[in-house]
Write a protein that binds this ligand. Structure first.
Ligand code: ATP
Ligand code: MG
Length: 691
């Protein structure tokens, strides 16, 4: 195979080549943005296969399913270009690579090894909103004395947050509350009890929240030797992109599988880009890699191939301001000098949006729409930009906003699908029952309990069937094990419940996921008409959902993908698709978090005033401020040729003035930027007025 290496060497720099061809042992690749970390993983994937590694032995963990697919399809193209003999790329070879997010990987394991782990594979997933509802329900059911003091009992959102943080950071609830939520300290005993109740409730009803999916696998890996050894034998080559955003359970998961020297592990990341501390991500994982694996190799990549030197100069200056972690100065791998980033202040958000649109139109002759991205700290900050783009007929997609599946009516439909898959999903039952006129929370709980008692009987039967199937988790719609529900007698009197019962029975007999949705809609739309005035506007969303359903041949895959890798808002453009307006040539409007790992020729970052970026709430906390700084670094480092930074002085949404530009901009020396004023670009040697 030596001869083959020549090609790799011409497309990778020496350190990238070293990383791509170091196939055994533990390796940490640490490098700044745009240095080719992801590209190196792509080449390593193809290199492994070329050198005889069986694709099934490869596990690729990335931040989104899309990112994983991209690595795979590029590796595939690479292999195809390198040989006329299609033997290793033939057919599905690369599809046998296990790839996805930590959540999708763990979810797959729980279902595939359910027999070995002694769990029911037909569990449903609670998203954050569902978990909050569950916590609320349990709290009401248990009637804990939450009003004994003047200190308000925390709301469901806060509780969910506390439970999740406690698990992801491995901090006891008591300690977490004492440190971060001192106002509710009197309620600690009840909150601790509620955490236990919540856990038991989920287990009893075959419900897993996002944290359970990973933690449960970690627990089984720790205690079930057979399971651990099976995985260690199966996944011999493990690669993790964006390692800086892993949390403690995710790190443990990797460490448990990778413990034997025979398992090859490569993690790549940039500690400066860790932006998920709010989900318990711990950038120290990357700094401590050497402690977990003393024999590990450390490879640094120091050339940046994404940004022109003028842009890179700015990004390097930003990166130098980040205090914790490895210091890295990147050298440009590109030859064109490029144009310095531009900073522009505007009087308000409307003007800011107009400026961005103007720039796009001005630059458009040299670029396509898809070459532009507007990156916002939160999706909320993109409202004015969206309005302006609509007015100016600039096509765009929105990424990372309120997700399609978080819309109320979509969640309703999915609740029906969930109970077909897992009749014990009490949260879904509750959601459906409270849609009915005259059914309040109390009646819904009573009904749910009665229905649940029956379906537990059904479920035990199903359980045996499933355990026999064991590895065949892709139970398709046809052999759906939904049993007709026995309605409790007091419910039989209700025509609505009877009709629901008929609907579920019909839906369970449907031959495709799309028809299942169809059957549910037949029941749901008339119901929606009675509770929602603008029900008509929702029907477009239903078409989108049906359209999505056609991509799946089983309920579990459908539910799973919607929960773990939900489509963003841009799927709502199904109407456009029909009108033939489905071109991909659109400006991206995205949150910074969702822009991770991506790049665009022209990038705008907005709302850059002190108090907004960094957010005023973060100003008093060093680590939070540092995370805001990292977020800004991630945003700027997405730009290839042009970077525009904008700051409005007045935010109508806050009715407030922010007179200072972001300190992240002000603290760098003036020569890194061109400061534009309304008249003309001022001479770079002049000090800007606000410096
Ligand atoms: P991030 O930290 O943002 O995830 P990254 O380190 O993963 O960045 P990539 O996305 O892999 O970087 O690469 C950035 C850009 O540089 C891509 O367009 C990639 O094709 C290009 N690139 C990387 N390495 C080389 C190289 N050796 N020669 C030419 N182009 C390269
Ligand atoms: Mg990357």
């Amino acid at each position: 195979h030596l001869g083959l290496q020549v090609d790799y060497a011409s497309e990778l720099n020496p350190n990238q080549l070293l990383a791509a061809t170091t196939t055994e042992g533990k390796v940490l690749v640490i490098a700044g943005a745009g240095s080719g970390k992801t590209k190196t993983l792509t080449y390593r994937t193809s290199y492994l296969i070329e050198n005889g590694v069986v694709p099934k032995e490869i596990l690729l963990l990335t931040f989104t399913r899309k990112a994983a697919n991209e690595i795979k399809s590029r590796a595939k193209a690479l292999l195809a270009s390198r040989t006329a003999d299609n033997s290793y790329i033939n057919g599905k070879a690369l599809n046998d690579i296990t790839s996805g997010t930590f959540h999708s990987f763990c979810n797959m394991l729980l279902r595939q090894y359910s027999g070995l782990l002694g769990i029911n594979p037909r569990f449903t997933i609670l998203d954050t909103g569902d978990s909050e509802d569950a916590i609320d329900l349990i709290n009401k059911e248990k009637k804990y004395p939450t009003k004994i003091t003047n200190q308000a009992f925390p709301r469901k959102k806060t509780l969910q947050n506390i439970f999740s943080t406690s698990r992801n950071r491995r901090i006891h609830i008591r300690e977490l509350i004492e440190n971060s939520y001192p106002d509710i300290a009197v309620h600690i005993p009840i909150i601790e009890q509620l955490a236990v109740d919540f856990h038991e409730y989920k287990r009893a009803n075959h419900l897993y929240d996002f944290d359970d999916i990973i933690s449960q696998v970690v627990r089984h890996l720790k205690h079930n030797d057979t399971f651990r050894q099976l995985l260690q034998k199966q996944y011999r080559y493990i690669m993790v992109d964006e390692y800086q955003d892993t949390n403690i359970p995710q790190k443990e998961l990797i460490d448990l599988i990778c413990a034997p020297a025979s398992v090859s592990l490569m993690v790549v990341g940039d500690d400066n880009q860790s932006i998920y501390a709010f989900r318990g991500a711990n950038y120290e994982n990357i700094l401590l890699f050497g402690e977990s694996y003393p024999e590990a190799k450390l490879i640094k990549l120091e050339q940046n191939y994404r940004s022109t030197p003028a842009v890179l100069d700015y990004i390097n200056a930003l990166s130098a301001q980040i205090t914790l972690g490895y210091q890295k100065q990147l050298y440009s791998g590109l030859s064109i000098a490029g144009i310095k980033p531009v900073f522009r202040r505007l009087s308000d958000e409307t003007k800011e949006a107009r400026y961005i649109a103007d720039k796009i139109i001005e630059l458009k002759p040299d670029y396509d729409y898809q070459d532009f991205a507007v990156l916002c700290r939160t999706s909320f900050q993109s409202n004015y930009v969206q309005l302006e783009f609509m007015e100016r007929n600039i096509p765009f997609i929105v990424v990372g906003g309120i997700r399609f599946i978080e819309r109320r009516h979509i969640k309703d439909i999915l609740a029906f699908v969930k109970i077909l898959y897992n009749p014990n999903d009490t949260i879904a039952w509750h959601r459906i029952l409270t849609l009915f006129k005259g059914v309040g929370a109390v009646t819904a709980t009573r009904l749910t309990q009665a229905i649940n008692a029956d379906s537990n009987v059904n479920n035990n039967v199903n359980n045996n069937v499933n355990n026999n199937l064991n590895n065949n988790v892709n139970s398709n719609v046809n052999n759906n094990t939904f049993e007709p529900l026995l309605l409790p007698s007091f419910a039989k009197k209700s025509p609505q419940l009877k009709s629901l019962h008929t609907t579920l029975t019909k839906a369970s007999q449907a031959e495709s996921v799309e028809i299942v949705i169809e059957r549910i809609l037949e029941f749901y739309i008339p119901l929606l008409k009675t509770i929602e005035e603008n029900w008509r506007e929702r029907s477009e969303d239903f078409r989108v959902l049906k359209n999505l359903a056609t991509e799946y041949d089983s309920l579990d895959k459908f539910l799973e993908n919607l929960a773990l890798d939900p489509p963003n808002d841009s799927v709502a453009t199904a109407g456009e698709r029909e009108k033939g307006e489905d071109s991909n040539d659109k400006v991206t409007i995205s949150t910074i978090h969702s822009a991770k790992g991506l790049e665009w020729p022209v990038v705008f970052v907005n709302s850059l005033v002190d108090g907004m970026t960094p957010h005023h709430r973060s100003l008093s906390d060093f680590e939070e401020l540092e995370e805001e700084r990292k977020l800004f670094y991630v945003a700027c480092s997405r730009a290839k040729s042009r970077l525009f930074l904008t700051a409005p002085e007045y935010f109508s949404s806050y009715s407030g003035y922010f007179d200072k530009p972001s300190r992240f901009i002000a603290e760098l020396s003036a020569d890194k930027l061109t400061v534009e004023t309304s008249k003309k670009s001022i001479n770079e040697s002049e000090d800007p007025i606000w410096w």
